[in-house]
Design a protein around this ligand. Structure first.
Ligand code: ADP
Ligand code: MG
Length: 654
């Protein structure tokens, strides 16, 4: 993974490593001296004994004293056990407890001396013991993950051998070391294996973290350079004058972020590199219009664009909204799985002739018979729902490769500069003028009457309501409200002439019919399972009620909430929930405290950790040994800045 010693001598050539040991090391994925150095300890136990009278509550410490009582052993279910005795530690009569280490009963002998490492509870005067220490040498005890294949002592010997006999010939650049007060890599890595003090360990970790993050960013820069072919073929010399005139005809003033994004994209066009850009913005932030303006730029020189979306519903929605905004200015067609044969051959013909400026399509566009005249701008919506092969297939149809990825899933900054670090990013954070943030509140099921009254208020003013309830079998658990049950309570109150019900188990025609009634405002309340999560646009809806909200993650809740607040009228979201866990309760609190998708995604990331983050899982987040994406995000930003400047320097020596 990392290389600080070249050549990286294979482990089999190390002193004392025979075939057997080499085999075991291979099983641990350790092949050369670098792998040994970077097989870092998993934990450190500070064995320097402290005085219990000075210990802080909750700290993990090593103490020693005399065992006062015969240890008592108790077993519970599944072989779990607890061993308890009392010790005199620095004059304090302390209860000492070990969980699941029953064999220690033989080692703790009343009247004898013992040294214990564990966590101290000052209020209860109790040590929760983790280890009984027999090796009484001072300093740190270091633990490695070795899968019981070899002793830590054997491994430590190998580490020492590498440090003693191999020359480290790679390090962080000197200017960075002095700027950020980092150590040399050799010194830092040595400290991690053979720690001297808490303080030194901290400094060593800082250095190795920075090294990992910097290495990672440098790799991304290389990848990015390899992907950006510089060639005058990529210069798209669109007609600025025409584009400017066109922008003045738009029905509204663009937000600052929209303007910046348009400029970013158009600047990419004029440069001699192929575009590779991510456009991020919450639902309703106005990405469509940004994309459309850039499509118009291409039209001024007679070149084509495509928008590829993952579902038919989204294709229809984009088609309607592009049509609505651009009317006669752009020639737009739509191609999906349900386009008729006749219609399809007509579209394909016009596409080949270059008569279509913009094609909005699902996967159907990937088929071999779809050919463009001069495709130079590819827009991929919700890119995480497409595979690499699909993307490449579309790219091969292009004349000049320029790709804009669009996503309505706000991606926390830390993740976007790691997972998407090889892309340029434009962000629309600012919502169009006149938009009011959705007011969100949280109620329990006992307050259903109150919720109904709120819905009534909207209904009386002529506005529509979404009701979402997860599909749950009646038998599953008593705490959850079945969607049927909820449907009936709404029908009792508002009548079947107002309430429509759609769920995931319906036939598509039935579902579409139900949604249609809601879209055309024939029915003002739509009860559904999560089917409306993607792609339905009813600006008349001003109320969103989500039952059992604790069952949804933050990003889903936010997406659902994004269905309302699509007009200048104040909209509301009511979470009906009885959270059972602290985590679920926190989610409700976050939802009621912010409507900013980016802030929400940062909180989500903190709660769930990056490995789990929606949409990013597939992009292969880096695995670091010491660095942590969330904890060290500031350092990550510095490392990125340094990598970029290092790289620009390499590219442009003068
Ligand atoms: P997104 O694709 O980001 O979810 P849309 O592009 O569909 O958002 O825009 C949502 C709505 O806001 C559309 O009806 C669009 O016409 C409108 N809109 C976009 N930008 C502006 C603006 N700057 N001022 C007013 N309305 C806007
Ligand atoms: Mg959109």
């Amino acid at each position: 993974m990392y290389e600080v010693i070249t050549p990286g001598t294979p482990v089999s050539e190390l002193k004392g490593v025979g075939e057997k040991t080499a085999g075991k090391l291979h099983e641990l994925d350790i092949r050369d001296v670098n792998d040994i150095i970077f097989h870092l300890p998993t934990s450190y136990v500070d064995q320097s004994v402290v005085d219990l009278r000075e210990a802080e509550h909750g700290s993990s410490i090593t103490v020693e004293g005399t065992v006062k009582t015969e240890p008592k052993l108790a077993f519970f279910r599944r072989g779990m056990s607890r061993l308890t005795c009392f010790m005199d530690i620095d004059g304090i009569y302390t209860k000492v407890v070990f969980f699941n280490q029953p064999y220690l009963k033989e080692k703790l002998i009343a009247g004898e001396f013992a040294r214990v490492y564990g966590k101290f509870d000052k209020n209860k005067i109790e040590m929760s013991g983790q280890r009984l220490i027999f090796d009484t040498s001072p300093g740190y005890n270091v633990r490695y993950s070795l899968n019981r294949l070899m002793h830590a002592k054997t491994f430590t010997k190998l580490v020492r051998e590498v440090f003693d006999h191999h020359h480290f010939n790679h390090d962080l650049p000197e200017p960075l070391k002095s700027k950020y007060q980092l150590w040399s890599l050799r010194e830092a890595l040595y400290e991690l294996h053979f720690p001297g003090s808490q303080d030194r360990l901290h400094h060593a970790r800082r250095t190795v973290k920075f090294y990992e993050l910097y290495q990672f960013q440098m790799k991304l820069m290389h990848k990015r350079r390899a992907e950006r072919v510089r060639d005058d073929h990529f210069i798209i010399d669109y007609d600025v004058g025409k584009l400017k005139r066109f922008i003045t005809t738009l029905p509204f003033e663009l937000t600052g972020d929209q303007k910046t994004s348009v400029n970013d994209i158009c600047r990419d066009f004029k440069q001699n590199i192929s575009m590779h850009r991510l456009l991020q913005g919450d639902v309703g932030s106005g990405k469509t219009i940004v994309a459309g303006i850039c499509v118009y730029a291409l039209r001024t020189i007679g070149e084509q664009s495509v928008v590829m979306v993952p579902t038919e519903v989204l294709a229809n929605q984009h088609y309607e909204s592009f049509k609505e905004t651009f009317k006669e200015e752009l020639t737009i067609e739509r191609l999906t799985g349900s386009t008729s044969k006749k219609e399809k051959s007509r579209i394909l013909e016009r596409l080949r002739l270059g008569e279509i400026d913009l094609l909005i399509a699902t996967h159907a566009v990937l088929e071999d018979d779809v050919e463009f005249n001069s495709l130079s701008f590819i827009i991929i919506d919700e890119q995480h729902r497409f595979g690499v092969n699909q993307r490449q297939k579309l790219e091969r149809k292009s004349y000049r490769k320029n790709i804009l990825y669009m996503t309505a899933t706000p991606i926390p900054r830390t993740l976007s500069i790691t997972a998407f670090g090889d892309m340029d990013v434009s962000i629309i954070r600012e919502m169009p003028k006149g938009r009011k943030p959705v007011e969100t509140s949280w109620h329990t099921f006992d307050e259903l009457d109150h919720v109904m009254n709120e819905v009534q208020v909207q209904l009386d003013d002529g506005y529509s309501t979404y009701v979402v309830a997860p599909l749950i079998e009646e038998s599953e658990t008593l705490d959850l409200k079945n969607v049927n049950e909820i449907y009936h309570s709404f029908v009792d109150r508002f009548g079947t002439e107002t309430v429509e019900f759609v769920h995931g188990r319906m036939k598509p025609e039935e579902k579409n019919h139900g949604m249609h009634l809601f879209e055309t405002l024939e029915k003002k309340i739509l009860i559904s399972t999560t089917v409306i999560e993607v792609g339905i646009n009813v600006p008349n809806a001003t109320m969103m009620v989500i039952f059992n909200a604790e069952r949804f993650g933050l990003s889903t809740l936010h997406q659902l909430r994004g269905r309302v607040g699509r007009s200048s009228r104040q909209s509301y979201c009511i979470l009906v929930s009885q959270p059972q866990t602290e985590n679920a309760q926190l989610r409700m609190e976050i939802m009621t405290s912010t409507s900013d998708g980016f802030e929400l995604s940062e909180r989500d990331l903190e709660m769930r950790g990056p490995g789990d983050y929606f949409g990013v899982r597939q992009s292969g987040l880096p695995q670091f040994k010491v660095a942590d994406l969330i904890e060290d995000y500031r350092m990550l930003e510095y490392a990125r800045k340094e990598a970029i400047s290092e790289f620009e320097h390499m590219e442009d020596p003068i």
